[in-house]
Design a protein around this ligand. Structure first.
Ligand code: ADP
Length: 483
């Protein structure tokens, strides 16, 4: 593993401030997607251990909630600093289990840490309201209080950031948390727990339960002590978890799938659009929920854009993320490869043209060639479904109204992007796109100060920003009479 601090590599779950071995239970092996090598394993825990974690979170809640916001903020701030102090090790761990290039992993650690810094600051700004009374002898006051014990279920594509984006605001608000990380990338989560412990976050405030998704998830959604679930993952699982949470009317935040349109208008700065498309499409090898999924290019610039994108894609260097200069790692698993191939084959069968890539990469394993398809027909599967891989399908369009209708013709509504320079068009299109986020002349929109989230089947709630902490707070109204 070759970490500077070997204790960051934890192969145990973290419950109630203790590191828990499998203790005769089964273990889950964790692979390096670049080599297929087994890196280690984590306990495959189930409902009983999850219940223990929930009970620990419940016990830890009164004292954590009672701390001043400043005291909680200081611990979160320390956690943030420790992440940056150990950025190299955390990034290396991430590249090993997730596959993204080391530079990208370094970037994710800084991004992940930024949520702890931000919410440490926001903890101190959980303001209430006083409302002018509706009767002269009444005074109306609004206070905000932590929801209580929260659950988080996170995916493998951002093994650290999806955790801090939930744990940061939850802990800042005074909630405690039980987290189930993705089974493909538990080591990043456990390293964060190790650092949380070093930062002085008390036992039970943050618990990390590795194991069977169905069993751990089932306990988290059915245990009445859990008052809130925050989930990032597929729409299919999100829908299921939301239904499970309906029984107790648990509050839910869902960050689900996307089908991002990336629109290039005739008046766009084409070089900037190519650069944006490259970042939006091929970052993390296309495995982000905000990746451009459908590229709509206006007919006047279609051929020029396609040629420039091809040239840019040819400069990508595919390989093991630990090697210098590599820009694009492997896909997470063979299922991911199959999905990309399926979308390519479907589009080609329906008449698309292959401009670049199109096949598994010569490196073997789950490496795949960055792919561009042109003249993709509108009934191709990739127009409706998220590919989650390095496939850029280029669709042609004629005018603004047409492309807005195409862009909005999806059940999803997470991220969208467009490139244009005409100011009125910029506002018209930005307002017409039915998405939670719109990138205008940029392919990179995520940061801790802005509200991240989707509409329609892409989710509920917002993460990051001044709004993110509201997801972990309840509003209480006090009506004072007889004054
Ligand atoms: P992805 O395609 O990104 O892996 P998933 O929605 O399958 O998306 O997984 C996201 C997270 O949800 C992971 O931590 C996974 O283990 C978890 N998960 C998957 N199925 C379930 C389930 N039935 N109940 C609870 N969690 C689940």
């Amino acid at each position: 593993m070759q970490l500077k601090d070997a204790r960051l590599f934890r192969q145990q779950a973290y419950i109630d401030g203790s590191w828990q071995d499998a203790d005769g239970a089964q273990t889950l092996p964790v692979n390096n997607p670049a080599t297929g090598e087994v890196l280690g394993s984590v306990p495959k825990l189930g409902a009983a251990e999850t219940r223990r974690a929930v009970e620990a979170a419940e016990r830890a809640l009164p004292a954590w909630r009672a701390l001043t916001a400043k005291a909680r903020a200081q611990k979160l701030r320390r956690w943030f600093e420790l992440m940056l102090e150990h950025q190299d090790d955390l990034a290396r761990l991430m590249t090993l289990e997730q596959g993204k290039p080391l530079a990208e992993a370094q970037g994710e650690i800084a991004y992940a840490a930024s949520f702890l810094e931000w919410f440490a600051e926001e903890a101190k700004r959980v303001y209430g309201d006083t409302i002018p009374g509706h009767q002269s002898d009444k005074r109306l006051i609004v206070i905000k209080q932590p929801i209580g014990v929260c659950a988080a279920i996170t995916p493998w594509n951002f093994p650290s950031a999806m955790i801090t984006r939930k744990a940061g605001p939850a802990l800042a608000a005074g909630c405690t948390m039980v987290l189930k990380p993705a089974s493909q990338t538990p080591f990043s989560a456990l390293a964060l727990a190790e650092l949380a412990e070093r930062a002085g976050i008390p036992a039970g405030v943050l618990n990390v339960v590795t194991g069977s998704a169905g069993e751990v998830g089932g306990e988290l959604t059915s245990n009445p002590v859990v008052r809130k679930l925050s989930f990032t993952g597929s729409t299919e699982i999100g829908r299921q978890l939301m239904a499970e949470c309906a029984r107790d009317i648990k509050k839910v935040s869902l960050e689900l799938g996307g089908n991002a349109p990336f629109i290039v208008f005739d008046d766009a700065d084409l070089d900037a659009a190519v650069e944006g498309a490259l970042i939006s499409k091929y970052r993390n090898n296309g495995q982000t929920c905000v990746c451009a999924n459908r590229l709509y290019v206006q007919e006047g610039v279609y051929d020029a854009f396609a040629a420039k994108l091809k040239a840019a894609v040819e400069r990508l260097k595919i390989g093991n993320g630990l090697e210098a200069g590599v820009t694009t790692g492997p896909l997470i698993d063979t299922q991911a490869v199959a999905k990309v191939q399926e979308h390519i084959d479907d589009a080609l069968a329906k008449g698309a043209t292959l401009l670049a890539g199109g096949r598994p990469h010569a490196l073997g394993g789950t490496f795949f060639e960055p792919t561009i398809l042109t003249d993709v027909p509108r009934d191709a599967a990739v127009a409706r479904e998220e590919t989650f891989g390095p496939l850029a399908p280029l669709f042609r369009f004629r005018d603004e109204a047409e492309v807005i209708a195409l862009a909005n013709d999806t059940e999803y509504g997470l991220a969208s992007y467009f490139y244009a320079r005409d100011l009125s068009r910029v506002f018209r299109v930005a307002e017409a796109l039915e998405y939670g986020m719109v990138g205008v002349n940029t392919g990179l929109i995520s940061n801790e100060v802005a509200p991240f989230g989707g509409i329609k089947a892409s989710g509920l709630g917002r993460e990051g920003s001044k709004y993110g902490i509201d997801e972990y707070l309840e509003i209480k109204y006090l009506c004072l009479g007889g004054i």
